[in-house]
Ligand binder design. Structure first.
Ligand code: NAD
Ligand code: UD1
Length: 349
C-alpha cells in the first residue's frame, strides 16, 4: 500500500510542486485548500503532468478552520503523514490585518493538530520560513540562530514553531519537521505550474515576471546602500522543484525512530543580490527589465542565506538547481501563462 499523505494548501505555489513530486514518487495524496490564494487549475495541471499517477490525487475545497469537515476527511482516510502549507503569507497585508493572519494561520494549524491527534496521525511536515531569523547577525544562518519576528506574518511562523515544540514536549509520539524555506522561485520545467499571486506581487521574482510580460512597467529596487557587493539585498533563492524534493526527503526522515521535533533550513547556501537576479532573468528571458531605484523597504534584512549542512547530512537532500535554471523555468512558466492560471488560453478570459 502506497503512503497516504494529506497536503494542506496543496493548490498553492509550493504545495502544487510538492504534490507533483509526491505523485511522481508513487504516493497517494489528498489536498485540502480553500483556494483563497490559488486556483484549482493548478490541481488539474498537476494531474496532467503526473500522467498515470494523476489519479492518485483527491482534492477537497475546504477551509482548515472548518473542523467538522476536517474531521470527516480524517474519519474516511488514514493518513501516514501531513504536509501543512496552508496559510496566508503576504507580509504587508499581515501588518494591516493582523487578526486575519492570526486567525487563519494559528487557528487553522491548531485545528489541524487537534484532528491529527484525535485520529492518531502524529507525523507533520510544516512550512516555516527564514523570516524567523529576522536580520541575522551573521551568515550563513544555522538552525541554532536566535529567532525573532518583524511582522505578524513572521510571528505566526514563530508561534507555530513554538506550538509544535510544546506539542512534542507533551507527547513524544509526535514526529515533526519544521522546514525553514529561504526564497522559493522558478517553476516546474513543463511551464504548466508556477507562482500566480493575487494582486500586485510583493516578492521579487513574481514582480520581475510581471514586468517581463508587460503587466508592470518597471521593477522598483528597494535599497542600493546595503553593505553588499552592489548595494542591493542578498537572498538565498531556491528552485521550487528542489524545495518540493526537500519535502520528500523530510517525509522519508519521519520514519527514522530518532526523529522528534526537528528543524531544517531548505536553501542553497548561495547568496544572490537583487541586481544579479535581475541580470540572470534578463539573460534567460531576453527581456529588458526597466529599473527604478528606491529606498530600503521596511523590515528587510541586508544579507540572508542558509547553512545547508544539517539538511544535507540528516535529510540527505541538497538543492540541485542554480540561478540560471530558476530564471529559465520562471520565464518558461510566465511566457506560457502571462496571467497565471487565469490566462486567456485557459478559457478564463
Ligand atoms: P500560497 O499562497 O501559494 O499557498 C498557500 C495555500 O494555502 C493557498 O493555496 C491558499 O489558498 C491555502 N490556504 C490558506 N489559508 C487556508 C485555510 N485556512 N484553509 C485552507 N487552505 C488555505 O503560498 P506558498 O508560497 O505556496 O507558501 C506555502 C507555505 O509556505 C505557506 O505557509 C507560507 O507561509 C510558507 N512559506 C512561503 C514562502 C514563499 O516565499 N513562498 C517562504 C517561506 C514560507
Ligand atoms: C519576504 C518577506 C519574508 C517572507 C519572504 C518569502 C518582507 C519584509 N519579508 O522576504 O517575510 O518570508 O518574502 O515570502 O516582506 N525586492 C526589490 N523589489 C521588489 C521586491 C523585492 O528590490 O519589488 C528586493 C527586496 O528588498 C529583497 C529581495 O528583493 O532584497 C527579495 O525580496 P522578497 O522576494 O520580497 O523576499 P524577502 O525580502 O527575502
Amino acid at each position: 500500500m502506497a503512503n497516504k499523505i494529506l497536503v494542506t494548501g496543496g493548490a498553492g505555489y509550493i504545495g502544487s510542486h510538492t504534490v507533483l513530486q509526491l505523485l511522481l514518487g508513487g504516493y497517494q495524496v489528498v489536498v485540502v485548500d480553500n483556494l483563497d490564494n490559488s486556483s484549482d487549475v493548478s490541481i488539474k495541471r498537476v494531474q496532467e503532468i503526473a500522467g498515470n499517477n494523476g489519479s492518485n490525487l483527491v482534492f477537497h475545497k475546504m477551509d482548515l478552520r472548518d473542523k467538522p469537515a476536517l474531521e470527516k476527511i480524517f474519519d474516511s482516510t488514514k493518513f501516514d503523514a501531513v504536509i501543512h502549507f496552508a496559510g496566508l503569507k503576504a507580509v504587508g497585508e499581515s501588518v494591516k490585518k493582523p487578526l486575519l493572519y492570526f486567525n487563519n494561520n494559528l487557528i487553522g494549524t491548531i485545528y489541524l493538530l487537534e484532528v491529527m491527534a484525535s485520529h492518531g496521525c502524529k507525523k507533520l511536515v510544516f512550512s516555516s520560513s527564514a523570516t524567523v531569523y529576522g536580520w541575522p547577525k551573521e551568515v550563513p544562518c544555522t538552525e541554532e540562530f536566535p529567532l525573532s519576528a518583524a511582522n505578524p506574518y513572521g510571528r505566526t511562523k514563530l508561534f507555530l514553531e513554538e506550538i509544535c515544540r510544546d506539542l512534542y514536549n507533551s507527547d513524544s509520539g509526535w514526529k515533526i519537521m519544521l522546514l525553514r524555506y529561504f526564497n522559493p522561485v522558478g517553476a516546474h520545467p513543463s511551464g504548466k505550474i508556477g507562482e500566480d499571486p493575487r494582486g500586485i506581487p510583493n516578492n521579487l521574482m513574481p514582480f520581475v515576471q510581471q514586468v517581463a510580460v508587460g503587466r508592470q512597467p518597471a521593477l522598483t529596487i528597494y535599497g542600493t546602500d546595503y553593505v553588499t557587493k552592489d548595494g542591493t539585498g542578498v537572498r538565498d533563492y531556491i528552485h521550487v522543484v528542489d524545495l518540493a524534493d526537500g519535502h520528500i526527503a523530510a517525509l522519508n526522515k519521519l520514519s527514522d525512530p530518532s526523529v522528534g521535533c526537528e528543524v531544517y533550513n531548505l536553501g542553497t547556501g548561495e547568496g544572490t543580490s537583487v541586481l544579479n537576479m535581475v541580470a540572470a532573468f534578463e539573460k534567460a528571458s531576453g527581456k529588458k527589465i526597466p529599473l527604478v531605484f528606491a529606498g530600503r523597504r521596511g523590515g528587510d534584512a541586508e544579507i540572508v542565506y542558509a547553512s545547508t549542512a544539517k539538511a544535507e547530512k540528516e535529510l540527505k537532500w541538497k538543492a540541485k538547481y542554480g540561478i540560471e535554471e530558476m530564471c529559465k523555468d520562471q520565464w518558461n512558466w510566465a511566457s506560457k501563462n502571462p496571467y497565471g492560471y487565469e490566462s486567456p488560453e485557459n478559457g478564463h478570459h
